[in-house]
Design a protein around this ligand. Structure first.
Ligand code: UD1
Length: 340
């Protein structure tokens, strides 16, 4: 089962699961932050129709019914959650209720239906503002800079605590750095809100002329070119890591009941470098101005993902050029569909 299967990382993960030839997938997604159209895109790419149950995971009775109808579910990849940093500051309770209420029901379903393999979407935001880079899984969690990040910290703790009295349960916590780009076919990608907050969707809006200009939030950081550094990786690489993570659990290769993996490319890339990569792909200069620092931004973060490389046998297949090229293809695909 993939929860949040119509979402950005969820849908790309379903594509990789189906294309591995080893998994049959059911999705659960209430489509409050996604569209059922995504499943048609997944079908166009894979040739397989994946059923989506339009169910709110916080509604335990409705959620449990999905398991009753699919008694052969062996593992759950739990993506479904709210993830907008700014919104979580404005409406914290909504974030705690949705993200943690859903996780409580997922954990209860694991116990009730005897599902022993759980993969949880976490975030590098659990590390807070770290000074020692790259961050490894041993880096302690820092102060959460927003309620969204706090729900990920609490979610991880909930899972760890559930393991103690339930020795047959196994979980992997995957901490994502900055997933970007779109399926390499250009036929599936992120459906951003009208006013996206994240860098690559904004770059694509400027590149396609939907937005006249953008701002680089600060070039006065103590980094190689003054702009912030992040660990961007291709969404299909993150997706592929989930397939390998599920293999790892189902083949009982885990050493502990609950293990943590960073998922990043291991490379820090600056905002200015991202802009240059995008300009190369789209073939023209992008209009930007240098603005002030964005509240809550940290100067630099990138991860050490060698644990995932070694134990999950996972490596990134795509580079920054591929990230931008696929995002650009997807932008044009949406334009041709008239979906913007
Ligand atoms: C954000 C979230 C993080 C989440 C991730 C998902 C915050 C503080 N953090 O990460 O929790 O897991 O998205 O992908 O929101 N930038 C510009 N101009 C823009 C937009 C962004 O210069 O118009 C810069 C930002 O200052 C930042 C970088 O681009 O340095 C990346 O920003 P963004 O894509 O929003 O990701 P994060 O903030 O790293």
């Amino acid at each position: 089962m993939v929860t949040g299967g119509c979402g950005y990382i969820g849908s790309h993960t379903i594509i990789e699961l189906v294309q591995s030839g080893r998994y049959e997938v059911v999705s659960v997604d209430n489509n409050v932050r996604s569209t059922p159209e995504t499943m048609r895109r997944v079908e166009r790419i894979t040739g397989v129709k994946v059923p989506n149950y339009k169910v709110d995971i916080c509604d335990k009775a409705a959620f449990f019914k999905v398991f009753e109808e699919n008694p052969d579910i062996q593992g759950i990849i739990h993506f479904a959650a709210y993830k907008a940093v700014g919104e979580s500051v404005e409406q914290p309770l909504m974030y705690y209720r949705n993200n943690l209420g859903a996780l409580a029901n997922v954990l209860e379903a694991c116990l009730h239906f005897g599902i022993q393999a759980l993969i949880f979407s976490s975030s590098c935001s659990v590390y807070g503002d770290v000074k020692n880079l790259p961050v490894s899984e041993k880096t302690p969690m820092g102060q959460a800079f927003c309620p969204y990040a706090h729900t990920k910290q609490i979610g991880e703790e909930m899972i760890r605590n559930m393991m103690v009295p339930n020795p047959s349960m196994n979980a992997l916590i995957l901490r994502y750095f900055n997933p970007v780009g779109a399926h390499i076919s250009g036929m599936n990608g992120e459906l951003s809100p009208d006013k996206p907050n994240n860098l690559v969707p904004i770059i694509m809006r400027v590149a396609s002329g939907k937005q006249p200009s953008m701002q680089v939030f600060g070039t006065d950081y103590d980094t190689r070119d003054g702009s912030c550094i992040r660990d961007y990786l291709h969404v299909s690489d993150i997706a592929d890591a989930h397939v390998k993570a599920m293999d790892y659990l189902l083949e009982h290769r885990n050493q502990e009941q609950c293990e943590v993996f960073n998922l990043g490319s291991g490379n820090g890339i600056s905002v200015m470098e991202m802009l240059a990569a995008a300009e190369e792909v789209v073939g023209h200069k992008l209009n930007y101005t240098v603005g002030g620092r964005r509240a809550g931004d940290i100067p630099a973060i990138y991860g050490d993902s060698s644990r995932a490389n070694t134990l999950l046998h996972w490596n990134c297949r795509y580079n920054v050029h591929d990230m931008m090229e696929s995002a650009w293809k997807w932008e044009q695909y949406l334009d041709s569909e008239g979906s913007h």
